[in-house]
Each structure stands twice: as structure tokens, then as C-alpha cells.
Design a protein around this ligand. Sequence first.
Ligand SMILES: [Zn+2]
Length: 334
Amino acid sequence: MKTSNNELIKSISVDRATDLAKNILTKVMQFRRMVESENTCSTTCTKCHKPHLDKVVTAIMQEKKVRFVLPAFPGKSPNPAKVLGHLPDMAEKQALKFLNSLCKQIQEIYEQGAEVIICSDGRVFSDVVGISEKDVTSYQIEIDRLIEDLNLTALSTFNLDDININSDFDQARSELIKNYGQDIKSLKDKIKKGGKDSNNPEEIEANRMYCGLTRFLVEDRMVPGQTRSKSSIQKECKEKAYLAIIRSNAWTALIAEKYPHAIRLSIHPQACGSKKIGIQLIGIETWMTPWHAVAVDTGNKFILMKHREAKKLNTKLVQDKNGRSSHYELITQN
Ligand SMILES: [Zn+2]
């Protein structure tokens, strides 16, 4: 008799946990980035919830925080036409604040709340994308400082340096590839198939990631005053994109092993039912990231745009309390 009562209590709490988990996921889905062709999915879409539901239910049953991991914040683009400098600025500040507020919103409906572990991937592919080791280091330090200064208690960071005890970055990267890397030929194959009417979500996702990364890499190299042709830059970047994806996938595999119960967020737009939830960091207007752009204060919100575009508008540069360039402010005409 006692056992069946216990079972009853447990089954009710599983049901409640499932309802709560759905509400939590619906909240997250409000801020997701979907691939344009699938933007019709609702925030309560069962197929979109499915890959994550069990993880949230388990966290609730164990009265633990709902944990998200987000590989992001690698370091600023090396192109001054896109960003203000090599350190985090208002763009990162706004994105970090948003991630923290998302966790706080979850806490309003689930007492234990949520946390986001930012798994910076800067060191993972800095040499491929052309960010110096020094700049990755100072960017990482500054992100940690911002989290502390702004009291963003739901956020923490994890990066390759945390497991690289010898501070030998090249060695850390080759260890990563040795343990978690995939073969370049099979990756190229997958990307190729994903570009041609594929029905395989993994192939489509691989192709999309490749195109997105190539675009970022090309933009990063189109620095003011450079004299190479765009097609030669494109050719080089396509090869670099393969390397960056291999590194990035290896990093993903390491994160999944380290945080097996965490829900995987991504800065890249995702399709319905994806294993990752694409998450916006600032606004939904454009697909841009804080480290490829500058923040522009429009008076009631911040938006992201490329540095050269912000300069073309009627804007003024704003500095932070340390005298460092922070963001642009739109000058409104009276
Ligand atoms: Zn869906």
C-alpha cells in the first residue's frame, strides 16, 4: 500500500515536472533563432521541445538548476570595420545581461532557476580565424570581469585554458583534435550533401554552419586597405572554415562529455526539432553576434551593426567609465 502511494506521489510530480519543463522551454523558445524557412514554428512546438524536455524534467525532479551550455564569445573579430576593438564592449555587456535575465525569468516559474555556462571557443580556433592568443586571453578575462561587475550570478565561463594546464595553446588544440576530432573528408562530404536537397538534418545543419562561418571569415578578412581579390579571400576562407568546424565540433563533443545533462544553446539559427536551441543575444532583427559588430543605442534599445555602418549614421561614439570605446548612440533630430 505504502509503495503504491509513493508511486502515485512520484507519478504526479513527474507530470507536474513535465508541465513545468514545457513552460520553461516555451520561455526559452521566445528568444530562439530559427532558420528562416522554419520561422513558423510556435514556441510550444512539441517537436522543438522534444530533444530537451527530458533534461529539463530530470533537473526539476532532482531540484537542480536547469543548466544551459553555450559555445560563444570567442573574441572580437580582427576587422576594425566590424568592431570597435579587441575587448568586450557594450555589445557583449547587453548579450550577457540578456542571458542572465533569461535565467532569472526561468527562476520566476521554477525556484531553482537556471544557469548558462558560456564555453568560450576563442582558444579553440583563434589561429584559424586570425585572433591573436593575447587578444583571446584579454577578451576572456574581460568577460569574466563583466560577469562579476554586473553581478550576473546565473552566468559562468568555461574555456580550453581551464583544462590546458601547461598553457601550451597549440598542444591543447592538438589534444582536443586527437581526442574529439573528426575526419576532414567525411565532414566535407556531409557539407556537400547538405547543400543539395538533403533531408538529413545533420547534413543541412553542417552545410548551414559552413556557409555561415565562411561568410564571417571572409568579412573578417575584408579589412580596410587590404588589396587581395574577394575571390582569393573566399577560396582561403572556405578551407579555413572546414578547420574551424572540425575544431568547433571537437569542442562541442568535449562540452557534451563534461556537461552531459546540460541543454545545448547555439548562436546559429536552428531548424525545428534540432538538438541545439538557437538563441538570440540582442534583438531578433538581424543575425549578428556581439563579437562581429558594435552596439548602437537607438534611444530605447540596443541593436547590433557593423562598425562601418554605425559610423555612416548620425551617431556619436560613447566611452565607458574607463575611457574605452563602448558603443554608438543614435543622435535624434529635434
Ligand atoms: Zn518546431
